[in-house]
Design a protein around this ligand. Structure first.
Ligand code: EPZ
Length: 440
């Protein structure tokens, strides 16, 4: 078992480089199945979700070979229309892209229902609506989804009842080789939707309008392999922006696309934080007291739901009352209980957290209840007085490349400790002997 130990109070200063985007890399890896050729994907983040996606492609007959630490060759010519191992599929949310990719390639797919963070019901009814609109028949039971077409997929008009990133990407994947034109209305506009469309267009697809609410796909006969670099992770970048502000530091965050960070930057500037944009970097400096603000999470280009827990920590340190409304997921606020252990004043009323700022947070034993909540615990621990111990850090390993190493490189007093099963919690959390033996 591993824990993260943080001794708070150090302002973060220096430069961090942002890795490739988890939520773009995952669908692009699965999209290679629809391409049926050899592709090279660059700027790949080496995180658990990506490793699992690559293992899933291998499990259905793909070949994967790392050319460098962050570039991989994916050969899907040997992929068969078989079902991937359930235990692997259930580890990540993005495994549902197997359905769209297999449908495009073979006209059939049988996939266990996906996993992912416990932040809401997260149904896939809109994915099914898209597959059926394209002519597939879909069978769904409590653990599997099967989609197939005997006559091939045909382009159609798809109107999503809600804005769905996964649904939009899966519809694009399924439509890319369908006969005729597909029009997706009320499409998600996230940068990672655009990234998947760009990758497929590099392979010879005919997709237009990605990044707007209406995406048009004209089916093509064949796709060919390409070399493609994944966009930088806007949520990792936003997480470091919040860490810089929460600790009173100054961070040069490089390898980003500032446009993707606009909603996050705008709210931080409203709070009194300095955010300077360069071509491929942002410089974030905490100038003085933080002003309270009201934030509502929305689909892109609104304030990202995946930044909800991280910005909540900053609001806990503002000089007044803020309201943080979550409009995407119904169970996003589980992390607030952990922040209250650190002295935060947060009350959740339906989908809104009312946050009364305080001068200081204090270290405590907390849990990462999901991926972004874990990132928020790290930010809170860095800003707090005293020691914070974070449990269940496997959540963060899913979505952040070397988070501990990157934070240490800019002055954070943070380390990861392997804990023997029979450790003395009291002794450990007071810096007891176990810690000295186990540090690595
Ligand atoms: C993606 O999830 C991301 N995950 C999430 O990031 C992110 O929070 C989310 O998009 C929104 O930006 C991956 O890309 C792997 P949705 P996804 O479909 O595609 C409802 C992280 O921390 N909905 O846009 O599952 C759904 O319940 C993760 O990296 C339906 O009702 O999100 C939710 O309320 C967490 N029916 C809303 O739409 C459907 O068929 C948005 O979901 C699909 C979705």
């Amino acid at each position: 078992m591993e824990k993260i130990i943080i001794d708070g109070g150090n302002a973060l200063h220096g430069q961090v480089s942002i890795s490739g985007m988890k939520n773009a890399a995952t669908p692009i890896i699965f999209a290679c199945i629809a391409v049926d050729d050899v592709c090279v994907i660059e700027n790949l983040p080496r995180i658990n979700d990506v490793e699992i996606a690559l293992n899933l492609v291998k499990s259905v007959g793909g070949k994967v070979r790392f050319l460098t630490e962050t570039s991989v060759e994916i050969d899907t010519r040997g992929v068969e229309p078989v079902s991937a191992p359930c235990e692997l599929v259930r580890k990540i949310r993005g495994s549902y892209y197997l359905i769209g990719a297999m449908l495009a390639r073979f006209g059939r797919a049988m996939v266990a229902l996906p996993g992912g963070c416990d932040i809401g019901a997260r149904p896939i009814d809109q994915h099914i609506k898209a597959f059926e609109a394209l002519g597939a028949s879909v069978m769904l039971d409590s653990s599997f989804i099967e989609a197939r077409t005997e006559t091939g997929l045909c382009g159609n008009h798809i109107y999503f009842d809600c804005v769905t990133v996964g649904g939009t990407i899966n519809a694009i994947l399924a439509a890319v080789k369908a006969k005729g034109q597909t029009v997706i209305e009320n499409a998600a506009r996230e940068p990672h939707v655009v990234d998947v469309a760009n990758f497929l267009n590099y392979c010879g697809a005919n997709i237009s309008g990605a990044g707007t609410g209406t995406v048009k796909i004209r089916g093509v006969e064949r796709l060919s392999g390409c070399t493609y670099a994944v966009i930088p992770d806007m949520i990792e970048a936003g997480t470091f922006m919040m860490a810089a502000a929460a600790t009173g530091g100054r961070l040069y965050i490089r390898g980003v696309i500032p446009k993707h960070l606009e909603a996050t930057s705008a709210k931080m500037i409203e709070m009194g934080v300095s955010v300077e944009e360069m071509d491929d970097a942002v410089l974030v400096t905490r100038k003085g007291p933080l002003s309270p603000v009201n934030i509502k999470t929305l689909p892109y280009p609104g304030f990202p739901t995946d930044m909800n827990p991280q910005v909540a920590v900053l609001l806990c340190l503002a000089s007044g009352v803020s309201r943080l409304s979550e409009t995407v997921y119904e169970n996003r606020f589980r992390y607030t209980e952990e922040l209250r252990r650190m002295g935060a004043h947060i009350q959740v009323e339906r989908n809104t957290a009312v946050i009364t700022g305080t001068d200081v947070l204090h270290g405590a034993s907390v849990r990462a209840v999901d991926l972004r909540a874990g990132a928020a615990m790290v930010i809170a621990g860095l800003a707090a007085e005293g020691r914070t111990v974070i449990d269940d850090i496997f959540h963060m390993e899913r979505g952040y490349v070397d988070m501990v190493g990157k934070i240490r490189s800019v002055g954070g007093n943070i380390r990861k400790i392997a804990i023997p099963a029979s450790y003395d919690k009291e002794d450990f959390e007071n810096g007891g002997s176990h810690e000295r033996d186990q540090r690595f």
